[in-house]
Design a protein around this ligand. Structure first.
Ligand code: ATP
Ligand code: MG
Length: 243
């Protein structure tokens, strides 16, 4: 079903997360609209992973509200993918089976998803023996196979070599699809990803949220984030990261 564009897929209002004495997030207002590609940037410990976990419902806010359509499919890609000690194909198929797809159909869909990420040839290889980049792609295939409306990715390319990084980035761009979906193509996947790589943010994001000590101190269209005036801390961060 097409969603009206203005209707947010996820809406956070005044969200705070506390871990004991640590205020991981404070006063976050964030609406994620269909088709957006939101990059979360900020220093280590600024709250990016925590925010992704809140968006995925893995962490409940200690204050504020999170609204999400309960029927909406979401998938999250963690920085270090968890691979079960079985074939790549079974790793993907199991995720589908857990969602209720019968096993034979799940195996077939898993193979199609691996083909999509260019890993058909290693479908039967034990996933634990795959390289880090290959595992990341299997994890992406697994997330994509679930046909999520929203895909959350925590530093999806942080541990990859330049070649694998380009491949995973290309895949993310493909999965997100064109801004205006072609006929029959279905709506693009909405993405929220964290990254320390500002080049990647420029290439993939439509919008950038800059976090500092748990607060979203800038939330701008990607062009404005890189070209417009920024709060001082965000400006220094961008300057430091770009060098
Ligand atoms: N499970 C937890 N228990 C206690 N403190 C936590 C927990 N998870 C995160 N924190 C703290 O919350 C703050 C935000 O952490 P978070 O992992 O969200 O940052 P981040 O922006 O993802 O950092 P990085 O760039 O290093 O991945 C940090 O101070 C961190 O130490
Ligand atoms: Mg993190």
């Amino acid at each position: 079903m097409a969603q009206p564009l203005a209707h947010p897929l996820i809406a956070l209002q005044g969200v705070a997360v506390r871990y004991g004495r640590v205020q991981a997030l404070a006063d976050i207002d964030l609406h994620i609209a269909p088709g957006e590609r939101v990059a979360l940037v900020g220093a280590n410990g600024s709250g990016k992973s925590t925010l992704l976990r809140v968006l995925h419902g893995l962490v409940g806010p200690s204050a504020g509200q999170v609204r999400r359509d309960a029927a909406q499919r979401q998938a999250m890609l963690f920085q270090r993918p968890h691979m079960l000690r079985t074939s790549a194909q079974n790793n993907v198929a199991l995720a589908l089976w857990l969602r209720g797809t019968p096993w034979r159909a799940a195996r077939a869909e898993a193979l199609a998803a691996l083909r999509r990420v260019g890993l058909e040839a290693i479908a039967l290889q034990n996933a634990r023996t795959l390289s880090g980049g290959q595992q990341q792609r299997v994890a992406l295939a697994r997330a994509w196979a679930l046909r999520p409306a929203v895909l959350l990715l925590d530093e999806p390319t942080a541990s990859l070599d330049p070649h694998a990084k380009r491949e995973v980035e290309g895949l993310m761009a493909d999965l997100a699809g064109p801004a205006e979906p072609a006929d029959g193509g279905g709506p693009a996947v909405t993405m929220v990803f964290s990254s320390h790589n500002l080049g990647q943010v420029k290439r993939l994001a439509s919008r950038v949220v800059y976090l500092e000590q748990g607060r979203a101190v800038a939330d701008l269209p990607v062009h404005d984030f890189f070209n417009g005036p920024l709060p001082e801390a965000a400006r220094l961060f961008v300057k430091g990261e770009i060098g």
